[in-house]
Design a protein around this ligand. Structure first.
Ligand SMILES: [Zn+2]
Length: 329
């Protein structure tokens, strides 16, 4: 079995960030929106450095306007993700980009994405669940509207609440109200932290937001006491090595702390984050982990078991995915 065929669980995937460049180019053309400057000669996303990445990302989101656009986006993303053996994925979706935080509008987008997930499960054999995501740099007030949308629509598709966006904006406690609201609605929680900021941000996020998973969390490696706490509490890190290397959160694959995290007993998973922007796929992540650290089938099986255990889906879905993972062993 090749790394590509190996069945995988992927927990950290931004829906818009996973948009294939050809899909976005096609949608822009249909709508007469000129975003040709964000593509290189091969049609891939082109940018130089983190600031340009953000503006390219924003431009790529411009053609995505209607619920139907999000239906097509979800189908395009899942077709691509399934090609790399992913049998279960969770994706970050933000009401801020789907109806501007209005619960009624959000329901229409959600309905489109849910229909796409059902169709993609039938067509591509991949199961998708959504994590409603606040955008940190939009501020604590806006985060409450995202949390309200999450709480109101918890169900078959919406299984968690989280926060992405610029990590250096505000402190975790500023967003505690939103995380409390989602928790009270019965949603499990994740938050990006420790990708750019240090171990204190990870520690504060765990303490003030009560998350069961951390997006990235790699800088926790700088504090052995914190690592021991994460391991003891069983908080799962959604590690995205290829993203970290391309954006410069770590200098290169060799310096990535994933092995140190794992050796400290921290539960880790591997995901692609915004795959076409970082020129990665789950196959590429596995290839690079094998090449750089000598990881093999057994290591990847553990990653996927950790991912499945940490997934926010219901137990019937978890059992169905467990069978798919087992069948490959
Ligand atoms: Zn992310």
């Amino acid at each position: 079995m090749t790394f590509q065929d190996m069945p995988k669980v992927e927990l950290h995937l931004h829906l818009e960030g996973a948009a294939p460049s050809k899909f976005i180019a096609g949608l822009a053309q249909e709508k007469n929106i000129d975003i040709s400057k964000i593509f290189d000669a091969k049609g891939d996303y082109a940018y130089d450095g983190f600031d340009e990445f953000l503006s390219t990302y924003e431009a790529a989101c411009e053609p995505l306007k209607t619920p139907q656009d999000f239906y097509r986006l979800t189908m395009a993303v899942l077709e691509e993700t399934a090609k790399h053996g992913v049998v279960y994925a969770e994706t970050f979706v933000s009401p801020d980009f789907c109806g501007g935080g209005d619960v009624g509008a959000w329901r229409e987008y959600l309905d489109a994405m849910t229909r796409a997930s059902v169709d993609a499960e039938r067509d591509f054999g991949i199961t998708l669940r959504g994590i409603v995501t606040a955008i940190r740099h939009f501020g604590p007030e806006q985060a409450k509207t995202a949390a309200r949308c999450a709480a109101e629509t918890k169900g078959d598709f919406v299984v968690g609440f989280g926060m992405a966006g610029a990590e250096m904006v505000g402190r975790p406690k500023d967003y505690a109200y939103s995380f409390d609201m989602a928790r009270e609605a019965g949603l499990p929680l994740t938050c990006h932290a420790g990708e750019w900021d240090g171990p204190d941000m990870v520690a504060d996020t765990i303490r003030d937001l009560g998350v069961s998973r951390i997006g990235h969390g790699i800088n926790a490696v700088q504090d052995p006491k914190l690592l021991a706490e994460i391991a003891e509490k069983g908080i799962v890190l959604e590690v995205c090595p290829g993203s970290n290397v391309v954006l410069g959160a770590v200098p290169d694959w060799q310096s990535h702390p994933i092995v140190k995290l794992r050796d400290a007993g921290v539960p880790i998973t591997v995901s692609t984050d915004d795959p076409p922007f970082f020129h990665t796929t789950m196959t590429y992540e596995y290839d690079m982990l094998a090449k750089t650290f000598g990881w093999g089938a057994e290591d990847f099986a553990v990653l996927n078991q950790t991912g499945l255990k940490a997934a926010y889906c219901d137990d019937a879905t978890r059992a169905m995915i467990a069978k798919k993972l087992e069948a490959a062993q």
